[in-house]
Design a protein around this ligand. Structure first.
Ligand SMILES: Cc1cc2nc3c(=O)[nH]c(=O)nc-3n(C[C@H](O)[C@H](O)[C@H](O)COP(=O)(O)O)c2cc1C
Length: 387
């Protein structure tokens, strides 16, 4: 016989997120705090949650109609979690919300929302399994999610995340050797540090550590960008002539001739300088387009995306990087080597505020130092593998 205290204690070792499932009843919004939310099926897209049969909130959700909205709570929304979990009727009185596409409450500050139509309710002991087909979904904030673990609330702060796609597998073995460097840099400069690998003709974001205050969305690990000017200059700079040619030939033919001539200078310029740098703050626009057109990971980068990057070409690796006063630095990148090949482009993302030339050079020094350590670690593993 398994008593309920033991059941809770043991199952409490498994952390869950916290969502508020909402719907719109005739007399106003209804909602339920739920830890038992899970994704179910990709095709068709389905999710599920498990309400207690005895729950009056579940009865209200069910009676409100055949659709519901899942609000994934952020780590600073413990108060909303508690308000909605209370046994009372006017739960939404102190909660800020607006209507979703299906007319259900979207809670202000939720990390993501998922609009669903209820397609099945399965019996499961004293609970039910409610399955919803996803009609619309959206990430709304870069906050970390609220977690529930061992009976308490918490938040999750990854030291670094690594992409999990199959064609990145060979790179991921190596990226673990780079992660300590990324984490040190992210901590020291309180910003985001990422690594990109060249996968076929695309630049794939293999890992990320930390967060930059200049970015409302966290970097999407797995995101792909075209291996083409003005991006990814590090791979061209330290690459073979063949790779440089591939890089240049990836430019859309319609670019003005002067720009093409300018791009041809970039690999030598970057190699001599020892780092790639991009000024300004345009990249968020490129990224939000990448997210829109490709959902980051799964689709090839679009021509539209490349066109957007070309609009900002002058911000990338200009002939002179000397400046007085302060400037926005978008990112600074250096190579990490696997033998004589660039294994990764190690990138530090600049802060929201402008920085001085000395600060930029400080980033460069730190990046180069860590890149040397990471390259050495990769070399040691390579030597060991060869016996
Ligand atoms: C973090 C958290 C997770 C919860 N997860 C579930 C759940 O998965 N299923 C469920 O039936 N109740 C869950 N509850 C309880 C309900 O939110 C709610 O407190 C309970 O249903 C109150 O009873 P009522 O619905 O009759 O008002 C959870 C509560 C909290 C605080």
């Amino acid at each position: 016989m398994i008593d309920s205290a033991r059941f809770r204690e043991v199952l409490g070792q498994y952390p869950t997120g916290v969502v508020i499932v909402t719907a719109m009843a005739e007399d106003g919004p209804v909602g339920m705090t739920v830890g038992s939310f899970t994704s179910v099926s990709l095709d068709p897209p389905m999710v599920a949650f498990l309400p207690a049969k005895s729950s009056s909130s579940w009865a209200a959700l069910r009676d409100a109609g055949d659709h519901f909205t899942v609000n994934i709570l952020a780590s600073d929304q413990e108060d909303v979690c508690r308000l909605i979990a209370m046994r009372k009727t006017d739960k939404f009185k102190d909660v800020e919300w607006h209507e979703s596409g299906l007319g259900n409450p979207i809670i202000q500050g939720a990390v993501a929302i998922i609009d669903c139509t209820r397609v099945a309710v399965h019996d499961a002991g004293d609970h039910e399994i409610v399955v919803g087909e996803v009609k619309a979904l959206e990430v709304r904030s870069a906050e970390y999610p609220l977690l529930f673990f061992r009976g308490g609330y918490g938040s999750f702060k990854p030291a670094s995340l690594a992409a999990a796609e199959s064609d990145l597998m060979q790179h991921l073995g190596l990226v673990n050797l780079v992660r300590p460097s990324m984490e040190r840099l992210a901590e020291r400069f309180e910003t985001e540090v990422t690594t990109n690998a060249l996968v076929g003709r695309e630049l794939a974001l293999t890992a990320s550590a930390g967060r930059s205050d200049a970015r409302p969305v966290p970097t999407r690990v797995g995101m792909r960008l075209p291996f083409a000017p003005p991006a990814a200059a590090v791979f061209a700079a330290w690459g073979t002539q063949e790779l440089r040619d591939l890089w240049i030939s990836s430019v859309n033919r319609k670019v003005p001739r002067e720009l093409l001539e300018e791009f041809k200078q970039v690999p030598d310029r970057v190699q001599k300088r020892g780092y790639a740098v991009t000024f300004g703050q345009h990249f968020l626009e490129v990224e939000s387009l990448a997210a829109k057109t490709g959902q980051g990971a799964l689709h090839a980068p679009s021509a539209e995306l490349h066109a957007e990057m070309l609009r900002y070409a002058s911000a990338y690796n200009p002939a002179s990087v000397e400046f007085d006063g302060l400037r926005h630095v978008q990112f600074v990148s250096v190579p990490i080597f696997d033998g004589d090949k660039v294994a990764f482009q190690l990138t530090l993302w600049g802060p929201r505020k402008k920085v001085s030339q000395a600060e930029l050079l400080n980033y460069v020094d730190a990046l180069q130092e860590e890149a040397a350590l990471a390259s050495a670690a990769i070399q040691r593993v390579g030597e060991r593998a060869q016996g």
